[in-house]
Design a protein around this ligand. Sequence first.
Ligand code: SAH
Length: 266
Amino acid sequence: MAGTVWFVGAGPGDPELITVKGRALLERAGAILYAGSLVDRAATLYAPAGCTVRDSKSMTLDEITGWLIAQAACHATVVRLQTGDPGLYGALAEMARPLDAAGVAWSVVPGVSSAMAAAAAAGETLTLPETTQTVILTRVAGRTPMPPGEELAALAAHRCTLCIFLSITLLAEVRTALRAAGWPGQAPVLVVHKASWPGEERIVRGTLDDIAARCRAEGIGSQAMIIASPALGARHLDDIARSKLYDPAFAHRFRRARAAGQPSRR
Ligand code: SAH
């Protein structure tokens, strides 16, 4: 049998945040390989009876691809379940290459990234008219170096929203980089630990200067999203520029422009 390997985004942790398509694939899977503790609930909730379910925590990349190839020889549907979206820090290319070489078909089902889940948890918007219209998804160099030109200080020079993955133990570096780029020490920073996990999610708000101490005090040292953005706290600002989409003078596909004060037709 020639099965297909599906790289499925499990979402940020809440099993209800997997897509309908991702869940349907789990429900008919012959084998599921899930990526560590952040997604085990979806795997165990939706896997059918008799499905082989395995955690990849202790496996090397070669073992993972070897396992997926072997399972695809016995099952029509094999799922590699990953946190958030598989296209973000998910080693997708490294896993897909051996599958291609073995002639195994594969496909990707996107997922809700933790960047979106963290913003949602805190009731924040990542874009705000006339403040920032750009979001950068990035990380600080750890064991994986940053490519030239992608150092956090260079990216921060854009003064847009920064969603920083894999860096909760490197808050001092985040502060240094953003200060070097001219962000004030009082710039708001949001950290969300286990965004969307029922009963486990924790939200910490602070500034560039004090967010590390606040996270330390809360005991947060893993599984956290850092968001630095001039849009943070937007709902408390009085002078938010109204989105052009809702400005009555602005015509778009679904509505004709009307003069200020002129009533709407409905
Ligand atoms: N593909 C994933 C990211 C994997 S890298 C996605 O799209 O979200 C792992 C990093 O993602 C963690 O270090 C953390 O920064 C972030 N992360 C994953 N799940 C998270 C969650 N539920 N809450 C907060 N951060 C999370």
